[in-house]
Design a protein around this ligand. Structure first.
Ligand SMILES: [Zn+2]
Length: 300
């Protein structure tokens, strides 16, 4: 366990005790040469163990132990040597999409935030037609009921049956801040934007131009020289996405110059959309935020 705002110099020095061991996860050795039955059993046991470890870790924060806002306070010895009355709450969570599914007891390839059907993932949804958000209270009730109808209802929401500690914590887990630019923005939204632009270029027969401009971006400052077009890069990593964010808007704007009167509004919207997301990303990278920077992000 650690806190996020420590400099890497302090964080990486074991003598500073900046990282405290809370528990050891019993991770079994991956042995592919055991019979299928054993593998299946292991596959079933792993989530149970993970769930149990999390249950014990997060027990003090659960509804049962923390029924009202008044309780749940502890005298905590702080770094300056003074005791303070503190109330620990789950405030942020770092995980990748498949890990979120595991943590929330969801099937694979579903949204952990809303009940969007699997085949509509990534589609644009107008603000007034948003899918209902996941109701972990309802899942808890259904899971506790453990009847045939309740289990069928859970399955219809792509939720696994059984205890899950996140359904017992007084917060909306999917709304917790995810202070993780790599997964949320770089290989999340920026990667999505990149694929989307690629489709726009392909539809409007601008792909050759796009690739040519992409490859001609010079290696100035600390940019890596480019020898591969977008098509040849199978999956961008965080660093590539970070670099790309610095010149993508220029490349898109140049690639979408001209065009017929019917194409122009589409091109303008594509450029506007790229600019908005890149603006948001640039602000999201600030080391600290105030009301002004947050409003810039809203405006972006
Ligand atoms: Zn969703």
């Amino acid at each position: 366990m650690t806190i996020g705002n420590l400099s890497s110099k302090i964080r990486q020095m074991p003598s500073t005790n900046s990282v405290v061991m809370v528990s050891l996860l019993p991770i079994p050795i991956k042995n592919r040469n055991i019979p299928q039955k054993g593998l299946d059993e292991q596959r079933q046991t792993n989530p149970e163990v993970r769930n149990e470890v999390l249950r014990r870790l997060l027990q003090p924060l659960t509804l049962k132990d923390n029924p009202s806002a008044e309780s749940g306070y502890y005298n905590v010895l702080c770094a300056d040597g003074n005791f303070r009355r503190c109330k620990p709450v789950l405030a942020a969570w770092l995980a990748d999409c498949p890990e979120y599914s595991h943590l929330h007891h969801l099937e694979r390839h579903v949204c952990f935030w809303c009940e969007c059907p699997k085949n509509e993932l990534g589609d644009y949804v107008p603000p007034d037609k948003q899918h209902p958000r996941r109701d972990h209270n309802q899942y808890r009730t259904l899971s506790d009921a453990n009847t045939k109808a309740a289990n069928a209802e859970l399955s219809s929401h792509h939720v696994h049956q059984g205890f899950n500690v996140f359904r017992h914590i007084p917060c909306i887990v999917s709304d917790l801040p995810k202070p993780d630019l790599l997964h949320t923005m770089q290989i999340g939204m920026l990667d999505h934007l990149h694929k989307w632009i690629f489709d726009v270029m392909k539809t409007h027969e601008r792909l050759d131009k796009y690739n040519a401009i992409w490859l001609s971006v010079p290696a100035y400052h600390d940019l890596t020289p480019k020898n591969k077009s977008y098509e040849e890069v199978s999956q961008g990593n965080g660093k590539e996405m970070e670099e790309m964010s610095r010149y993508l808007l220029g490349v898109v704007t140049q690639s979408l110059r001209g065009g017929s009167p019917a194409q122009r509004p589409i091109f303008n919207r594509a450029i506007e959309c790229t600019r908005a997301l890149l603006d948001f990303y640039m602000y999201a990278r600030y080391k600290s935020h105030d009301d002004a920077t947050l409003s810039y992000m809203e405006d972006a």
